[in-house]
Design a protein around this ligand. Structure first.
Ligand SMILES: [Zn+2]
Length: 457
């Protein structure tokens, strides 16, 4: 509850509903605001100045007619009216996206203030101006930040990464210019890849600048949400986030609670993904080589990471081929140097990596000869692995007796065993590996051979 007494030329804006506005005996004015939902302390606010006030009507998806109440500087009123009318459509969209607007028994609103940017005070965002992106961002916080509040500063991306991403979604749904969504994603990727280090997880919660770091908390956090959507698929992503919001409504939340809900819906294990993208630093750079021979197109995809905290980012990757036709192929990239082959019925003129901008990454695509003439095919698997399935040991037969590095990775891409094989015929003990599917990768000077095997009981 806020009770504010002001000189009569001013108005007070605050959370919740305006219960009364009274003229006192001394001709000052008294404002009484009341908010009946649970609220985190930092979301309570009062603002007083010579506001103009107007209301936009918002028809929510369940038929509720709710006011969007706007307290604006008189000199900003014409701009404000354009901005808030546009924001009504974003509110209707967000209301249908995950869960309904959380404070529909009261209102949503804006109060203008003099700081840079905005602040997502519950049911009454404070904003410096009425631009599309700012209003969409602060509105998104009503779900991500206000209804569900990050449990610690380490988890601030649950507020800011999601608010950033929902601003992007508002541009995907209502492009503000030609290519708006593409431009938005490009700018976020460019920001993330402008520095080689830094994690989404806040590693120094005593620093306000680190907590609210634009590149890491907002942009990389937003791209992590975007990559989760790609990895899980739209159905599992939107359902998982919906379950997370419902389960943590009017409460605090942690990254591991979000993880539990996304894993439960998708059946995917996100431990490795979050170790790379939330706790780990930096980003991947892809070096994509391709070639075509008749109807066979071959790709060889290398990856380096910008920071030693992550050895490899296991990600689904998309490649677009086109000339007469356009085809987008998707591959699970689990090891650098991995090769993929695909049959196509047209001559490929051009290849583009990650055409829909799903990855916070850099890339380079070159055509090179991957179908050499002569007897040796560089990409043929040059190892024989048996038995498969195997319980105690696997035998690896190489095509030479030179030392070669090998990695065994589990299905999440985590290296579980590695070392050097020196001989033609080598035996590897796998008794200690849990039952499951594994990838065996042998690295020579200029090639990587990959085999899958199953560890049995
Ligand atoms: Zn924010």
């Amino acid at each position: 509850m806020s009770l504010v007494t002001t000189p009569s030329q001013y108005r007070a804006a605050s959370n919740g509903l305006l219960v009364s506005e009274q003229v006192l005996a001394d001709s000052r004015k008294s404002y009484h605001w009341k908010h009946r939902y649970a609220i985190a302390p930092y979301l309570v606010a009062i603002s007083v100045t010579n506001y103009s006030v107007y209301t936009n009507d918002v028809l929510l998806s369940d038929g509720t007619n709710m006011p969007m109440l706007n307290y604006v500087y008189p000199e900003s009123e014409s701009n404000a009216k354009i901005g808030t009318a546009a924001n009504v459509r974003v509110l209707q969209y967000f209301d249908s996206l995950f869960v309904a607007y959380p404070f529909k028994k009261e209102k949503y609103g804006h109060a203008q203030f003099g700081w840079g940017g905005g602040m997502e005070h519950q049911t009454m965002s404070f904003v410096v101006d009425y631009s599309w992106g700012l209003l969409a961002h602060e509105l998104a916080h009503q779900w991500f930040g206000d209804m569900v509040t990050c449990g610690s500063w380490e988890d601030i991306w649950l507020n800011e990464g999601f608010a950033t991403y929902l601003e992007g979604l508002s541009r995907e749904r209502f492009p503000q210019s030609n290519g708006d969504w593409t431009i938005w994603k490009t700018s976020k990727i460019n920001s993330v890849t402008s520095g080689a280090s830094g994690s989404v997880k806040v590693d120094n919660p005593n620093s306000v600048n680190r907590i609210f770091n634009g590149r890491l908390t907002y942009n990389k956090g937003g791209m992590v949400v975007h990559m989760l959507r790609r990895k899980l698929g739209d159905v599992a992503f939107f359902n998982g986030v919906r379950n997370y919001l419902n389960a943590r409504a009017f409460n605090y939340a942690t990254t591991s609670q979000l993880q539990q809900h996304l894993e439960a819906v998708s059946g995917q294990n996100l431990t490795e993904f979050l170790a790379d993208w939330y706790e780990g630093q930096g980003f991947p750079t892809y070096d994509v080589r391709w070639d075509q021979k008749d109807s066979a197109v071959k790709f060889k995809i290398f990856q380096t990471t910008s920071h030693a905290s992550v050895d490899f980012f296991e990600m689904p990757v998309d490649i677009k081929l086109w000339r007469r036709k356009e085809v987008i192929l998707s591959f699970d990239h689990v090891v650098s140097g991995q090769t993929f082959e695909q049959l196509v019925d047209f001559k490929v003129e051009s290849v583009r990596f990650d055409p829909n901008l799903w990855l916070a990454a850099k890339n380079e695509v070159t055509r090179e000869n991957l179908f050499p003439t002569g007897s040796v095919d560089l990409d043929a698997t040059s190892v024989t692995l048996f038995p498969n399935p195997a319980a105690n040991a696997i035998t690896i037969v190489k095509d030479n007796a030179l030392p070669a590095h090998y990695d065994i990775k589990d299905v999440n891409g985590k290296i579980v065993k590695s070392g050097i094989l020196n001989d033609f015929t080598n035996s590897l003990d796998i008794v200690d590996l849990p039952v499951g599917t594994y990838i065996f990768a042998l690295q020579d000077d200029n090639k990587i051979s990959i085999s899958k095997f199953i560890k049995a009981q």
